[in-house]
Design a binder for this molecule. Structure first.
Ligand code: THU
Length: 139
């Protein structure tokens, strides 16, 4: 088993690769995400925009929902953002609030979230007071 830092870096590599596949003709803002699952597999996703803007979906949710739909249990996540000029400001690299809410239901509360160019945060740092309807059963 590779050290934790190497795991985070390899997950970021997958997220960067996924960002290149983003369908983002409206924002020109490429986002990629990768989740490591409990069985060791990695599933990635990119943002997918639509001419009806509100139908667009973030890379983090694509990756997380894909993992769940494949019967996998996500345990950590990495995200990478690249804008049209090939870079992104630090604030633009952070996962949006909607994705944080989804993460808190589908990842363990102590899950590492690696943000390219920013660092690694525990999920509970990113969303200390999530909305909860009832105790999630997934973890
Ligand atoms: N985006 C993500 O994929 N993840 C986030 O956490 C924030 C924003 C996408 C949505 C949209 O396609 C583009 O970035 C610009 O907002």
């Amino acid at each position: 088993m590779a050290p934790a830092e190497n795991n985070a870096e390899s997950l970021l590599v997958r997220a960067r690769q996924a960002a290149k596949r983003a369908h983002c003709p409206y924002s020109n803002f490429h986002v990629g995400a990768a989740v490591r699952c409990a069985d060791g597999s990695v599933i990635d996703g990119c943002n997918v925009e639509n001419a009806s803007y509100g139908l667009s979906i973030c890379a983090e949710r694509v990756a997380l929902f894909t993992a769940i739909s494949q019967g996998k249990r996500p345990i950590e996540l990495a995200v990478s953002c690249i804008d049209a000029k090939g870079d992104a400001a630090p604030g633009s690299r952070m996962p949006c609030g909607a994705c944080r809410q989804v993460m808190q239901e589908l990842l363990p509360s102590k899950a590492d979230v690696s943000i390219d160019g920013v660092g690694t945060r525990q999920l509970e740092q990113l969303l200390p007071t999530p909305f909860e309807l009832r105790q999630p059963t997934i973890n």
